[in-house]
Design a protein around this ligand. Structure first.
Ligand SMILES: C[S@@+](CC[C@H](N)C(=O)[O-])C[C@H]1O[C@@H](n2cnc3c(N)ncnc32)[C@H](O)[C@@H]1O
Length: 357
């Protein structure tokens, strides 16, 4: 082992330990060579993706910094990354996994998180799945190289891994719009799931076919589960008659970012800047093609099956200041699932039929 990478790994582990992460996970960071899983990464340089390899200056320092690194680009879009180690440990701490637990990870990516899980829980307990066969082939090879032999599967993680169920813990490392019913079906009673949804991380516990729990206080945004690209329908908006709003669109989208991510799963936002450098309009769209824009002049245009700006207006009445994440929760039953604020009695239905997206 190279002395440099060992030293850098120790100092990353120390940093994460000082940040209060669990000792078993910081010990795993000190032991598992992240550079084996991230032999190259990409960064944006003047609008282009540039590749950094192990021969590039600063490579090892970047790999052992508390940084997310983009590890795969397809059609000019990032499609896989090694998440920020601090965020990974926040999720692993919240997962509350112990030796003996059977764990399913959805989103193998580089295989580094599966390696941390294997180090702490034992590789026979770990199953990891990614939709991209190139990634799973590389990840499995790297895991073996680092001495781990977890079960690495290729497929849509929304289906879980029935052949390896039941699981005591399920952790997703790609952004989901809701919880696939297969995960609840494949979870043992008492199982904990950590799921990135919207701008947060839901932590739910399974009991008798129902899963419920709250969001962690940490913000997080993960690469969305791959389901095909969703494009906003801005070009159709000019044909729509406009209505007006009293809302300051840019301010509202920032203040309401978290509840919007839950009320409108998979929603994305953007803004346009005028010649004076200030935001002139904002846009929002969802995977079903619904699209809305709101201009600084108060004009609103909407197209598609859902009137998205109406949802923004409604949330604005409910949240006059940015709400805290831990007040939100998620409940999944075989019949329905919904995200909620403060009490399960209220909230927003999210799709339960995963493949209807
Ligand atoms: C942030 S990366 C995962 C990082 C990974 N855990 C690691 O340690 O490197 C998100 C991953 O989710 C995967 N993904 C996207 N859609 C998926 C799906 N439907 N099923 C399984 N994996 C999926 C992507 O291919 C990508 O590798």
């Amino acid at each position: 082992m190279n002395a440099d990478d060992q030293q850098l790994r120790q100092s990353l582990a120390r940093l994460l330990s000082e940040a209060g992460h669990g000792k078993q996970w910081t010990d795993a960071v000190a032991q598992v060579p992240r550079h084996t899983f991230v032999p190259t990464y990409f960064y944006q340089d003047g609008g282009q993706w540039a590749e950094v390899t192990s021969a590039s200056p600063g490579y090892l320092e970047a790999v052992y910094a508390n940084r997310a690194l983009t590890t795969q680009i397809k059609e000019d879009e990032p499609t896989s990354s090694s998440s920020e180690p601090g965020l990974m440990l926040t999720m692993l701490d919240a997962l509350d996994a112990e030796p003996g637990h059977r764990v399913l990870e959805v989103g193998t990516g580089t295989g580094y998180n599966a390696a941390l899980l294997s180090q702490v829980l034992g590789d026979t307990q770990v199953t990891t799945v990614d939709v991209d066969p190139e990634l799973t082939t590389d990840a499995e090879r790297r895991l073996n190289q680092a001495g781990f032999r977890p079960s690495v599967l290729t497929g849509d993680g929304a289906l879980g891994a029935p052949q390896r169920a039941p699981f005591d813990r399920i952790i997703a490392t790609c952004g989901m719009q809701s919880v696939p019913p297969a995960w609840v079906e494949q979870a043992a009673d008492g199982a904990v799931m950590i799921i990135p949804i919207g701008w947060g991380l839901a932590r739910v516990t399974v009991d008798g076919g129902k899963a419920t729990g709250r969001f962690l206080d940490n913000g997080a945004y993960f690469m969305a589960r791959r389901t095909g690209r969703v494009r906003p329908r801005f070009d159709e908006l000019d044909e729509q008659s406009s209505t007006t709003t009293d809302l300051d669109g840019p301010e509202a989208l920032v203040r309401l970012e978290f509840p919007l991510g839950l009320a409108l799963p998979g929603s994305r936002t953007c803004s346009w800047t005028g010649s004076d450098g200030s935001v002139s309009a904002v846009g929002i769209w969802t995977p079903d093609g619904s699209t809305a824009t709101a201009g600084r002049d108060g004009s609103v245009r909407q197209v598609g099956p859902r009137r998205l700006w109406d949802v923004v207006e409604k949330l604005n009445e409910q949240f006059t200041t940015a709400p805290i994440r831990e007040d939100f929760g998620l409940t999944v039953t075989p019949e329905r699932q919904w995200t909620w604020w403060k009490s399960e009695e209220t909230g927003w239905d999210v799709p339960n039929d995963y493949f209807a997206e």
